[in-house]
Design a protein around this ligand. Structure first.
Ligand SMILES: Nc1ncnc2c1ncn2[C@@H]1O[C@H](COP(=O)(O)OP(=O)(O)O)[C@@H](O)[C@H]1O
Ligand SMILES: [Mg+2]
Length: 493
């Protein structure tokens, strides 16, 4: 069973108080009366001494002196001569010696006069005899002193014991009252004290428990100049250090997890990439293999057929070459952090140059190409010239590949805010809505047979995406009535 520190402290101190109070009550009730007696005896001895000295100094005035003592100290006094005739008797009745005429009453059956006389015979001037005795006539106890003042005068002093017993009883009762008072007040004080001592410990315990479950919110905020205060400071600094270290650890762990996730994604991409590449290469390799074997076996002797076989082989090899080139370019863009070779140039100029370079190709397809600058012929931008040209070239060649006979390719530029938006529209079939997102993934093709017919790889738009991301600019596609519109943005100067 757990007993709290507070209870233990309280029990220990409270027990101590009760113990000492009880001890003092017991001691006073048993010893106080004896102590009073001994003090009374001392006082009687002293009174005797002063009476004796006063008598020897001035015997004529002794009576006045004795009366004073009687009144002051509540004592009965009797003087005798050497034959035990009474010389003086105190006015006080209760003196413990039933004397009026000491000599005459020697036959008194109640008093043991022989014994009393014997006691007087024993004493000297310096050494009186003191005793506690019971007076049968008065039915109470007295402390009595039998003394000798000189050879002719003896003195008896008596004081009732009842007074002593009464005083002792009162004192004991007083002790009991004060004891109870001390127990109550002491109990309250000890309770408050133990509360004050244990409260911070309970609080510190709470903080430590929270720390155990990595909660470092709570701190010890009481200011104390003792060991508990020091302990509080230590726990605070421990909590701070732990919080800091665990925070660092968490951050490091988070970073590590991120790195692992990135690594995992790259790995995934690589795997996907490789399986895609091998898949893409299968068809051309099979074709090359088949036609090469055909040539070797001389399947057909005529020149025209041989030429056709060779052309297929060359064509497929070209496709593979083209794909490998694009792949290299894409992996360069995606896996290595591209360093852009930014320069300032006019986007309209770039577009015109590109159209000029490809004029033959465009004419071959019988495409009607338009370019609308929106009246702004000089739009200077900051970008990588070569990569921007790549983006545009991909859009234009895609447009040509999906153009219908005698279709239109319309290029336009539009300045908006800090960007210029270049749009490439081609007339033709819309792209199915569900494919609009996927065309930006590598190797994705909407119509595989058609793509294969124009020698597509499905890598062009992935390259566009990578380039635009490297620039931090947007790109996109929209289906339009009777055609498709691709767009990309560039940073204005
Ligand atoms: N202008 C367009 N009109 C219709 N479909 C297009 C157009 N441009 C691209 N696509 C579709 O997006 C796919 C991916 O394009 P891209 O990545 O450039 O690869 P590729 O041109 O080698 O086929 C194409 O296979 C095609 O299905
Ligand atoms: Mg393409």
């Amino acid at each position: 069973m757990k007993i709290s520190l507070k209870t233990q402290l309280f029990a220990a101190f409270f027990g101590m108080i009760v113990f000492f109070v009880l001890l003092s009550i017991i001691l006073s009730s048993t010893l106080l009366e004896k102590y009073y007696y001994s003090k009374k005896e001392d006082a009687m001895q002293q009174t005797f001494n002063t009476i004796r000295d006063a008598y020897s100094d001035d015997p004529d005035n002794i009576m006045l002196y004795v009366e004073k003592i009687e009144n002051l100290r509540g004592m009965g006094i009797i003087f005798f001569d050497q034959h035990f005739n009474v010389l003086y008797q105190s006015r006080q009745r209760a003196i413990g010696l039933g004397v009026r005429n000491f000599r005459i009453n020697t036959k008194d059956p109640v008093m043991d006069w022989k014994n009393i006389e014997a006691k007087f015979k024993k004493v000297t001037v310096d050494k009186p005899f003191i005793e506690k005795r019971f007076d049968m006539r008065m039915e109470s106890s007295f402390v009595s002193l039998y003394g000798k003042i000189d050879d002719e005068v003896y003195v008896y002093l008596g004081t009732p014991v009842a007074a002593i017993q009464e005083s002792a009883k009162i004192a004991v009762r007083f002790y009991i009252f004060t004891g109870i008072f001390m127990i109550i007040v002491g109990g309250i004080i000890i309770y408050l004290l133990s509360l004050r001592l244990t409260k911070p410990i309970v609080k510190l315990n709470g903080i430590a428990k929270k720390m155990a479950v990595l909660d470092f919110e709570e701190k010890y905020d009481e200011k104390r100049n003792d060991e508990i205060g020091t302990l509080g400071e230590s726990i605070n600094s421990l909590s701070n250090q732990l919080e800091c270290s665990i925070g660092e650890l968490k951050a490091a762990n988070y970073k590590l997890m991120q790195d692992i996730e990135k690594e995992r994604q790259i790995d995934e991409m690589r795997k996907g990439f490789i399986s895609n590449i091998s898949h893409e290469l299968k068809t051309p390799i099979a074709l090359v293999q088949g036609y090469a074997e055909g040539l070797k076996l001389n399947v057909n002797d005529d020149e025209e057929n041989k030429n056709y076989y060779c052309e297929v082989i060359i064509d497929e090899a070209n496709k593979m070459n083209n794909m490998v080139r694009k792949l290299l370019e894409l992996s360069e863009l995606e896996f290595n952090d591209v360093v852009l070779d930014r320069e300032e140039f006019c986007i309209c100029e770039l577009i015109r140059n590109l159209l000029k370079k490809n004029s033959l190709l465009l004419a071959e397809k019988g495409a009607e190409v338009t370019f609308d600058t929106g009246g702004n012929d000089s739009i200077r931008i900051n970008a990588d010239y070569y990569l921007t040209e790549q983006v545009l070239m991909n859009y234009v060649s895609n447009g040509l590949n999906h153009l219908e006979e005698g279709g239109v390719i319309a290029i336009s530029t539009r300045v908006a805010g800090r960007k210029v938006r270049v749009e490439v529209f081609n007339s033709g079939e819309n792209i199915p809505e569900e494919a609009l997102e996927n065309i930006w993934l590598s190797f994705y093709k909407v119509d595989k047979a058609r793509t294969r017919a124009y020698g597509g790889t499905g890598l062009g738009l992935s390259i566009v995406k990578a380039i635009q991301k490297a620039h931090g600019n947007g790109y996109g596609v929209k289906n339009k009535p009777g055609g498709v519109l691709f767009w990309f943005e560039c940073d204005l100067l």
